[in-house]
Design a protein around this ligand. Structure first.
Ligand code: NAD
Length: 301
């Protein structure tokens, strides 16, 4: 039987690529409810969906920051049946915390973490009743390892990881599957927007050294990292569709050494020392020197 899939954040990036890939499945295994916060942004998805629109793909409104909007969307699906939920909507935030408002930080937590919680509060009870369902969460390598000037974003993804790790134990009892997808850099609007916001940031609240570090180390190397290590939204969509994904799935093998440092040293000093040397002395990179992909020419984002 055809599986029904609900995906959040489908107006661009990974959500759009995944919705289209699933809707175009040759064996028509999926009926996709591709959702987005703002339906005036649906043209790009509608165009990419082509002939699948109205057949294996339907576009619906869903704002992960509104319980009301989630309820309305889920109730509009026949029998409220969702076999696969993909929690993808998310946003980034970079820069020194001195230059960010608590409101800006709260919006990141509200979208990336509470967005997932709101979805599950509405959808999990139905899945438990049926004793079937698959919940796919787009986390990040930053859900495992923090990176310079991504403090609040990393915190939001750590929250997602801790939440899912706890829930996975209960889910198993109900025969539900949880999968955390942990991409490294992906070339989407996310990266562009985060970079532009960083460039526009008012750094007057930060001391000179911090402002210089952000502008001349972090932002200077940002684009290069995405260009040399970045995957495409289509790459991520393909990985999500692979059979039997494990609980944690890092999509970019070039980032595995980075997260491995953390597990190698329970004291936590090894990854921090390594990142310090990489960022401030340009050495000690955990990336393979002769990897099959291009090497980062400089520092991590
Ligand atoms: P993107 O900006 O193209 O997509 C994010 C989508 O979420 C957008 O369409 C946006 O409109 C939507 N969104 C934001 N707030 C929303 C809300 N309140 N309700 C509904 N939708 C909302 O970027 P992307 O790279 O495709 O990001 C998708 C996911 O992948 C995010 O969770 C992001 O954290 C994660 N991720 C991205 C990268 C990267 O480098 N691009 C790396 C790791 C993880």
């Amino acid at each position: 039987a055809q599986k029904t899939v609900l995906i959040t954040g489908c107006s661009s990036g990974i959500g759009l690529a995944l919705a289209v890939k699933m809707a175009r499945d040759e064996q028509k295994r999926f009926k996709v409810y591709a959702t987005m916060r703002n339906l005036t942004r649906k043209d790009k998805l509608a165009e990419a969906a082509g002939r699948t629109l109205g057949k294996t793909l339907e576009i619906k409104q869903l704002d992960v920051c509104s319980e009301e909007s989630i309820k309305t969307c889920v109730s509009s699906i026949p029998d409220r049946r969702i076999d696969i939920l993909v929690s993808n909507a998310g946003m980034g935030l970079i820069g020194p915390i001195e230059c960010q408002t608590i409101d800006e930080m709260r919006t990141v937590m509200d979208t990336n973490f509470f967005g997932l919680v709101r979805l599950l509060k509405e959808i999990l009870p139905d899945m438990k009743k049926k004793k079937s369902g698959h919940i796919v969460i787009i986390s990040s390598v930053m859900g495992i390892q923090g990176i310079l000037f991504n403090d609040v974003y990393a915190a939001s993804k750590f929250a997602v990881e801790g939440f899912c790790e706890s829930l996975a134990i209960q889910a198993l009892k109900f025969k539900l599957q949880l999968s955390l997808i942990e991409p490294g850099p992906v070339i989407t609007e996310f990266e562009k927007k985060v970079f532009e916001d960083g460039m526009k940031m008012d750094l007057s609240a930060a001391d000179e050294e911090t402002a210089d570090m952000f502008t001349n180390i972090y932002l200077k190397n940002y684009k290069q990292i995405f260009q040399s290590l970045g995957q495409s939204a289509e790459d991520i969509a393909e990985i999500i569709l692979a059979e039997n994904p494990p609980f944690r799935h890092q999509t970019n093998t070039l980032y595995t050494p980075m997260t491995t440092l953390k597990y190698a040293d329970p004291n936590g000093d090894l990854p921090i020392d390594t990142f310090y040397k990489m960022v401030f002395h340009g050495r000690g990179s955990p990336f393979p020197a002769n990897g099959s992909c291009r090497r980062p020419t400089s520092r991590l984002p």
